[in-house]
Design a binder for this molecule. Structure first.
Ligand code: GLU
Length: 511
């Protein structure tokens, strides 16, 4: 049965979703599912100056790829909709008016020139200007707290620009509870009177966010640490509206792999890893950013890695399916301190998932790559051959893409030979030895891996020469380099005719 737990992911569509945002979405999702609750997606697009048209679709696509679907949101169970704040404009004005009427908010008419002048004057005195109780009391500010009701009405009627500000209560130590950080206390005298509603008829983030969390019956607000400074205002807004506040949990920052500070796109560019789930094209600049999906990561590996950026299960276990994560996830095990991002660990997770997938699954993923290389796989026999190949090389692959490099010699003869190893291993007497070997191979009837190994090794032994003298040139002939699985497995797989052809080609090209 559905519980009263309702959480939301509330991104602003200002660009592609950073992995920090994906982690916020993931923790919300895990928390919701663990408690049989509802995971809501709300798009906070009230700041028109930062709006990016393709960002909303990017967010939806990213959640889908990550396999953390929302239960409620745009075009899905629109019970509390609309879920785009720009479509809820009318709602917010009403709530701003309520705060005006109850004395929790006021109109402010200060022009940007006036505010700039205050800032400059404060700076000159070595102080910072804050729009708060202190400056209000000094009578420096132009707002409905000092102007007469008539005057205020006149200015509004005349179409003068105004904003609505929150009237922060004075002289109070505000005590707040955070599910991760415990009790936080703040002196309200240090807060400024934040703008709740702007002259353009749009609410600011603070007002819209609180009103929507209330109307959408959000029980827990789980979001990034960067929103912690907004928590006092949000708690006070709940008080002002006389609404029950949700519980808050502020997640730790995701930090740079090296150096100090928040992980940024620049770190990824510098160190060569994506910071976005999906590839993103900036429509204005044409800039393309890499994505985990396109870089070949499995969504499960990406999600498993993200889950550990700030949370741990308290055991040694590191591999968790999404179902396991739902079972184990607990806000109590989310840390307060920042989580260092480690690109190598991300690769490690990918490698682990590569190994846990079955040969059949990996083969299906490999087939399109083979097709691209013009390798035609038409029959079930061919497919089972690919499966065999996959099983012999999978261990060394991190990405599906790696499979081609690790196995191309199964499908086509080498187009080049590793020069360094040719020099070292292809000696003067090698062509004659290879010609002798060709005769031995011609006469082998049973071309299984075991039998060719017996026959060829038997012959080498009878000649009383080192194994390397034959085995290295043979590998170079078949693979082009000294790499790959057990050589006789390769021979069995490519068959007699192809083995002979490749040895002949090598004799021609390398001698
Ligand atoms: N729109 C805010 C963001 O972009 C939401 C913050 C919150 O969850 O309250 O992250």
């Amino acid at each position: 049965m559905e519980s009263n737990v309702r959480v939301r992911f509330a991104p602003s569509p200002t660009g592609p979703l950073h992995i920090g945002g994906v982690r916020t979405a993931l923790y919300n999702y895990l928390f919701a599912k663990k408690h049989n609750g509802t995971f809501v997606l709300r798009i906070e697009d009230t700041d028109q100056t930062r709006y990016v048209a393709n960002a909303e679709q990017y967010i939806i696509d990213a959640l889908e790829w990550c396999n953390i679907p929302f239960d409620e949101g745009i075009n899905k169970n629109e019970k509390f909709g609309p879920y785009r704040q720009s479509e809820r404009k009318e709602i917010y004005k009403k709530y701003a008016d309520i705060l005006i009427n109850t004395g929790w908010a006021y109109y402010a008419f200060d022009t940007s020139e006036q505010l700039d002048a205050h800032r400059k004057q404060h700076e000159a005195e070595g102080k910072t200007f804050i729009y708060n109780w202190h400056n209000r009391a000094k009578g420096r500010l132009v707002n409905s707290l000092v102007l007469s009701e008539d005057e205020v009405q006149k200015r509004i009627n005349a179409g003068e620009n105004y904003v609505i500000r929150f009237k922060t209560p004075q002289n109070e130590i505000l005590q707040m509870e955070d599910e991760i950080r415990g009790t936080i206390a703040i002196d309200t005298n240090t807060l400024d009177d934040k703008i709740l509603f702007k002259g353009d008829g749009m609410p600011t983030y603070h007002l819209a966010n609180i009103v929507d969390d209330h109307l959408m019956e959000i029980s827990h607000v789980i979001r990034g640490e960067e929103w912690l400074p907004s928590m006092p205002l949000h708690v006070l807004l709940y008080r002002a509206f006389d609404w029950k506040a949700p519980k808050f949990a502020h997640l730790p920052l995701i930090l740079k792999p090296v150096g100090k500070g928040k992980l940024s796109k620049r770190d990824g560019d510098k160190l060569g890893f994506p910071v976005f789930p999906l590839k993103y094209t900036n429509e204005q600049t044409g800039d393309v950013s890499r994505g985990y999906k396109e870089d070949g990561y499995f969504a499960e590996a990406f999600i498993n890695m993200l889950a550990f950026l700030g949370w741990n299960p308290g055991t040694e276990q590191e591999l968790f399916s999404i179902e396991n994560l739902i079972q184990e996830f607990d806000l109590k095990r989310v840390s307060k301190s920042g989580a260092k991002f480690n690109p190598d660990k991300t690769k490690w997770f990918q490698q682990q998932y590569m190994q846990t997938k079955s040969y059949e699954e990996i083969t299906e993923l490999f087939l399109p790559i083979l097709e691209e290389k013009n390798i035609v796989i038409s029959s079930a026999v061919d497919k089972s051959r690919v499966q065999k190949i996959v099983s012999s090389i999978k261990e060394r692959a991190i990405f599906v893409e790696d499979l081609w490099d690790l196995s191309s010699f199964f499908f086509e003869s080498p187009s080049e030979y590793d020069a360094k190893n040719v020099k070292k291993n292809w000696k003067e007497g090698t062509p004659d030895l290879m010609k002798e070997l060709l005769e031995i191979i011609q006469n082998i009837e049973d071309f299984s891996s075991e039998n060719t190994e017996n026959e060829i090794k038997g012959w080498i032994t009878s000649k009383e020469i080192g194994f390397g003298k034959i085995m290295q040139p043979l590998r170079l002939s078949l693979v082009g380099k000294l790499a790959g699985p057990h050589l006789f497995d390769i021979i069995a797989m490519i068959g007699k005719e192809e083995t002979i052809k490749r040895i002949q080609t090598a004799i021609e090209k390398l001698s």
